[in-house]
Design a protein. Sequence first.
Length: 209
Amino acid sequence: MKCAIDDLIDLIHRMLQSLINLNDKGVPPVVSNPGSVESGELPAEEKKKLLTRFHSRTPPAISIKTYLARLTRFNNFTQATLLTTIYYIDLLSHNYQPYFTLNSWTVHRFLLVATMLAQKSLEDFFYTNDHYAKVGGVALTELNCLELDFLTRVNWKLVPAKQMDDHTTSIRYSKQVLDLYYEQLIGLMGASVSEHNNVVYKLAGAEHI
């Protein structure tokens, strides 16, 4: 796969933004307006199901593109790491239904945990959770809980795997799986519009998400 890291960030950002624009329309009042009458009438058990660990109280002000670019710069992510996060969308959505969808309230925490776990599973070098938490703008204890929740949901299967004819999966074809996700990403979003443009990164700590 020949794609500059900044161009891949742009592609992923545009795909996520399109998905979020669609999913935000179906966000329940317990998430979008916790103080509403509709939210108050919802049973506590149902609220607990709808509010996952990935939900923020309010949508973070930092844009998806800026946040993903920040994570990539300060964690030295590779193209494979970023593409694996797209694979994780399918994986987590399948194992967390019907209560998990990517929207303005969940996308930032998802990106933080997904990129961190992708780097840990694919690369020889990775950082401590304390480092990831500082870069991502969350408390270390919260990141640890998010990581465990994610791992449990996907049954600790982090390396992209191909579904075989006998209904088993194989990680021997991980590169092929990621190449396919890249081709689908290009097919959906087209070529990057940010080629040769410089991405601006924040040098200060990320705002809390």
